[in-house]
Structure formats: C-alpha cells, structure tokens
Design a protein around this ligand. Structure first.
Ligand code: 7RM
Length: 651
C-alpha cells in the first residue's frame, strides 16, 4: 500500500478552543499588534531580499554581503560575498556594552553542581579552547566530532570550532559506539572531543569507552581531547588521547575569530532517515545565524532581562539552534541542564525553573506527556511564577497535552508557542508570534514572515482548506540546509524531487479556514482503513483526551477485511489500571470523538513506547510489533531497546 499521498487523509478531529494572548503580554512584546505582524509578512512577501537584508543587519559582518540570495535550484547561497564569524556574533559582539558582565550561561549538572559564566568569562574559555584546537592541528574546514553531555565545555567547544572556522559534528552522547563511528567516518573528523563519562540518572555513562570502541573502526581521527567529568578510570592512548585540563587551561584566552564566508559550513549534524545511512545535514554561517537570531525575537519574544531555557540536548538541532546559537547570538542568559528530567525525582525541571527564575521554557511534547503521567503534584510544589512564555517542538502536541501545559505549568497566563521546524530547516518555520497570534491547541498556527509554506497534493497542486496534504516550502529561507555532506545527489532526491520545484518536508498537514497549519506528522504515519486515510495523530489525540491516558501511539495492522486495522498502544497515568473495561471505554471514546471508522480494533496497554533518542515515537517499530514481524530493521536510534522486547514478550 502506498501511504505517501495523504491528500485524502480524513481529518475529523476539530479543535475549537482559541487562546488570544493577554493584553499585558502583547503590550510588552516585540511584535505587539496584528497590524505590525501583517506588515512584516507583507514586506517579506513583496520584497524578500530587502526584508532578509534588514534582518541580516542585526548581526556583525566583517565584510558586508553584495547579494542577499542566489537560488540555483535546489542549491542556495545567502548573503553572498559577506564575511563574518558565528562565535564573534555569539560572544565578542556582546563584550563592548552592558552585556559584558551579563550571565551567558547558567549551567546545572545532574548531581546538583552548577556553574555560571558571564559573556566575558565565556569569551576567555572559548579563546583558550580555540587555541588548543589550533595547537592540535585543527584548522578552517576540518571536522571535529563532539561527543559530550550538556556541559559548559561542550558549548565552549562548539563555539571554539566556529571561531577558527572548523566544522563541528556533535554526536548525541546517548548514541552507541557504532553510531559514533559511522558519523566520524562519514565526516572524516580529525579530532574527537569527549569526556571520561556523563551522568545519567545517577549513573556514570562511560563515554570514553564508547569513543575507544568507535575509534577502533575509524581512521581519520588524529587526536582525542578528553574532559574529566565523572572521575572514572579511563584508558588514555599515548600520542592520541589528551586531557582537556592538561591542554586547554594553559592556552592564551586571546584567539582571533577568523572571518569566514557567509556560506562557510558552520556544522554538520546527522539525522537518521527511515532507511539507509544517516544524512549529514550541512548548515552554513550567515543565513543560519540570521534565522536563529530573528526567531529568538519573533517566536520567543526574548528581552535582555529574560532567562531562557531550552531543554534540548546539544546532540539535536534544537540544542544547536536554541541552546547555543540563537540565545547566544541574541545575548541571552540561558539555562543548560546536563541530566534527566526525573533525577533525583520527577520535579527536577520545575526545581530548575524555580531556582533560576526561568522566564521562557522550551521543551518537547514527549516530556510534557511524561509530566502528565507523573501527575500535577510534582509541578504544584514549585513556584513557577517567573514563567511568561512556554514553547514546544519535536512532534505534534496533542490538544489535551497542550491544555495541561497551559493550565498546570503556565497557570493560564503564558502563551504557548508550538514551533514546527526540522533539522533541515535550521530554525523555526511555523509558529505563533506570542504577542499577536490567537493560538489553538495542537496547531503550530502560521508560517513566520518570509516563510512560504503550503499544503499541496502529490502533483504540487493546492488542496482546499481542511483537507490533508503534503507540507512543502516554496521559497528558500536563510537557515535552510545547503546540502547533505558530500552527497548533493541525495540532497536533491530526498528533498526536491518528489514534488516539482519545492522543498518537501516529508510531513503531512492540513490548513484550516483561518490559514492555520495542523501538522499531522511524517506522511509514513498515515493509515488506511477501508479506503479512508486517517492521520494517526488524530486518533492519538482522541485517546490522550481520555483522563486515564498519558500517551498513545497508533499504527495500522494488516487486516484482510479493511486493508488496515487500527492498533493503539497506550500508556496510562500513574496509578491507573489497564483493565478490559478501560479498553472498551477507550474504543468507544475514540469512536465518539472521531467516528466509528477510527475505533481502535486493538488496544494494548504498555509501560512505555519505543522512542528515538530525541523522544519521537517510533511508529515504524510498533507497526512491526503489531504485525507480528520479527525482523525489525535498524533499531540503533531507539532510546531503550528493552521497551521493544517487553512489548514483544507481552504479545
Ligand atoms: C526540531 C526537530 C523534524 C520533524 C518534523 C515533524 C516533527 C517537529 C513539530 C513537529 C508537529 C511540531 N527537528 N515536528 N516540530 N510536528 N508539530 N511543532 O524536531 O529533524 O528532529 O524532526 O519533527 O515531523 O518533520 S527533527
């Protein structure tokens, strides 16, 4: 069955609730009125080059650009002829004014240790690290693999690479030795920066051991720089491995930020495809920085006095754009946390928000659904009155999870920005502007100024309002990926060949009568019941709206009669029991909310759902479990393999 054409996706779930921003919020916001917002959008539409050129003036250029955009389909160049440095923009630029002694980083370790770095202190740390990289033979264009937990030094290492024009390739520290080796090999990284270990739920994870295993399978790495974090014994290979504390602190804090071309690669970041080897997404310097910076203002409404916390690990694009580059380019005070949300207890995030008086909090639906499951009391025991804006990213957020976030965390006071974007887009593309947009739970609302997003059919033609279709982007945008590392053909095939003339996101979506986008997830996550195409997301949202349900994943299971039957995997709120009675209740509940067509044929209660390491539900695996398929294919991105074996044992 081909599920790649959701143009006929039956979209039955309608969310009618609307939440306008409070006057108090709007009055102080960067973008205060609908008129201002529309003027921005109009300008971006009518004079895109002039619009983005104005945005680009918000950052420092060592040499001004001559041309805003060169579009040689599907390859793009932004701010051609301009020279700049990303690290200069994130650090040095803030040293000549009142931000010099402003806190850049409020870092919290999992065991409870903490560190505070001002912009001045950050500048010196980065300078020393950059000089150390040079001493180790790293220069402009060389690739550096960073395999570290969220530590100040990890951020310092990223910025140090940018400072000397080296290209970082951060590999999430939760990945295995094999995954690390594949990424090092593809990037042909020369240096690897890691730690002896990392803390995860009170346990020391042996990162250096993983590196040693990985390096046995790679040939490009010349040196390995090792930061001591947990203090466990590690093997140091003479000639290759060096301790951070023996190399970095002795360096001079002064290191010139090299002027690189606007299109110089800032980093590569590997993202897993459903098949084949991971794709090395390439982001360059000028456009990426402009796009991440502008979204700090448009979407997060960042003010100088704000404390901003994005909970994403630096191993994901969200960590790159909104833990590191966006906030620092904006001169923000950011919070970064090393560990798990449930260590030592389920309220660690709320404790951190209270401790640092966080104003803007950005996290993922998967985390929110966990909080729902753990219960409100963990939130209620903390003073969260500093919060003024909440955000989500990573998956569609079910309306009920949105409502919980709004009510229990935001106390019905904080706007929620549901931000849609991808590793490939570099920065946020579709999102509310919090001072202006009337939000609807579950919708990412409208594209940002200058972003031309549309919902189309497979031929690229328009679909009517409220019909499912494919989400595409029609015009280039500054933060977009430039290519896949050393694989321009795959770049073309993957993103630009399925629908003529546009960037295809791989997501299904519908646009409602107000022009709001409702992202339905990857188009592969569509099921076909008796000829009706159903977005799994809607059935999941219906399930999650039942008071006993914390999280749900819905997949199709082959069925002789209907083509596909609806199989639901459900986790319950702590303390609720998965009885036959509840199973029936849930089936009826879905039928009532969406229609009999969507009634799950099969409801399976489970302790946990299989997720990627960035928290996205892996429906592909559930589909195979539901079908009784023994060959599960690539499970390397699975966060917890035991979840899957438990699911299959319970079968
Ligand atoms: C930032 C990030 C990208 C995919 C994307 C979507 C899904 C992300 C939302 C969302 C609905 C959202 N990069 N996605 N944000 N779906 N609403 N607000 O997650 O490359 O790891 O994933 O994530 O399917 O294509 S990513």
């Amino acid at each position: 069955m081909s599920v790649n054409d959701p143009a006929e996706i039956t979209s039955a779930l309608r969310e009618e609730r609307k939440f306008p921003p409070s006057r108090q919020f709007s009055e102080r916001a960067w973008i205060k009125t609908l008129a201002e917002y529309e003027a921005l959008c109009r300008r971006a539409e009518q004079e895109p080059d002039a619009f983005w050129a104005e945005c680009a003036r918000e950052i420092d250029w060592f040499q001004p650009f001559d041309r805003v955009l060169e579009w040689n389909f599907p390859f793009v160049k932004w701010f051609v002829g301009g020279k700049l440095n990303a690290c200069h923009n994130c650090v040095d630029r803030h040293l000549n004014g009142p931000r010099r002694n402003k806190v850049a980083l409020l870092w919290e370790g999992e065991p409870g240790d903490s560190r505070v770095l001002t912009y001045q202190m950050l500048a010196e740390e980065v300078g020393r690290c950059a000089n150390a990289l040079k001493a180790l033979g790293v220069g402009a264009g060389d690739r550096v693999a960073i395999y570290m937990p969220v530590l100040p030094e990890a951020i310092v290492a990223m910025l140090a690479c940018a400072r000397i024009g080296a290209i970082h390739s951060v590999v999430f520290a939760g990945f295995s030795a094999d995954a690390l080796a594949d990424r090092i090999n593809d990037a042909e990284a020369k240096l690897c920066i890691t730690t002896d270990g990392g803390w995860r739920r009170g346990q020391a994870v042996e990162l250096k051991r993983n590196v040693d295993d990985a390096l046995a399978r790679t040939s490009s790495i010349e040196k390995c720089l090792v930061l001591r974090r947990v203090g466990n014994a590690v093997a140091m290979r003479p000639g290759r491995d060096l301790w951070w504390h023996e190399v970095v602190p002795g360096q001079s804090p002064h290191c010139e930020a090299v002027a690189v071309d606007a299109e110089h690669t800032l980093y590569t970041l590997y993202t897993s495809g459903t098949t084949g080897k991971p794709k090395g997404v390439v982001h360059t310097t000028g456009g990426y920085l402009v796009h991440t910076l502008m979204t700090m203002r448009w979407v997060f409404d960042l003010r100088d006095e704000d404390v901003f916390w994005c909970t994403a690990d630096i191993g994901w694009v969200t960590g790159h754009s909104y833990t590191v580059y966006g906030p620092l380019a904006a001169g923000a005070t950011l919070v970064a946390y090393e560990g798990a949300p449930n260590y030592p207890e389920n309220d660690r995030f709320w404790q951190i928000i209270e401790k640092y008086r966080v104003n803007i909090f950005y996290t993922a639906p998967t985390a929110i659904r966990n909080f729902v499951k753990w219960g409100d009391s963990w939130v209620e025991r903390h003073d969260l009155s500093s919060l003024r804006l909440l955000g989500t990213v990573g998956e569609p957020i079910n309306p009920e999870a949105w409502m919980w976030y709004h009510r229990v965390v935001g106390k019905e006071r904080c706007p929620i920005v549901d931000t849609w974007w991808q590793t490939e887009t570099g920065a946020i593309m579709i999102s509310p502007m919090p001072g202006v947009t009337v939000t609807k739970p579950g919708s990412a609302t409208r594209p940002l100024p200058g972003v031309v997003a549309e919902v189309v059919d497979r031929q690229g033609g328009p679909v009517p309002a409220n019909h499912g279709g494919l989400l595409v982007i029609r015009r280039p945008w500054p933060g977009m990926l430039r290519t896949l590392f050393r694989d321009p053909q795959r770049y073309r095939d993957q993103y630009f060949s399925q629908i003529d003339g546009v960037y295809f996101t791989g997501d299904g979506a519908r646009r409602d009568e107000d022009g709001y986008f409702w992202i339905m997830g990857r188009v592969d996550d569509v099921i076909n019941v008796a000829g009706h195409r159903l977005g799994t997301m809607e059935i999941e949202s219906a399930l999650v709206s039942h008071p006993s349900v914390a999280e749900a994943a819905v997949v199709g299971r082959p069925d002789d009669l209907k083509g596909q039957a609806v199989a639901a995997f459900v986790t319950l709120i702590s303390g609720k029991q998965g009885t036959d009675g509840l199973r029936e209740e849930l089936r009826t509940h879905v039928a009532k909310h969406i229609g009999a067509l969507a009634r799950p044929d099969y409801v399976r209660f489970t302790e946990a759902l299989p997720k990627t390491r960035s928290g996205k539900i892996m429906r592909r695996l559930l589909k195979q479990v539901a079908a009784g398929d023994e060959t599960l294919g690539d499970t390397t991105t699975l966060e917890d393999l035991s979840v899957l074996s438990r699911l299959r044992e319970e079968e």
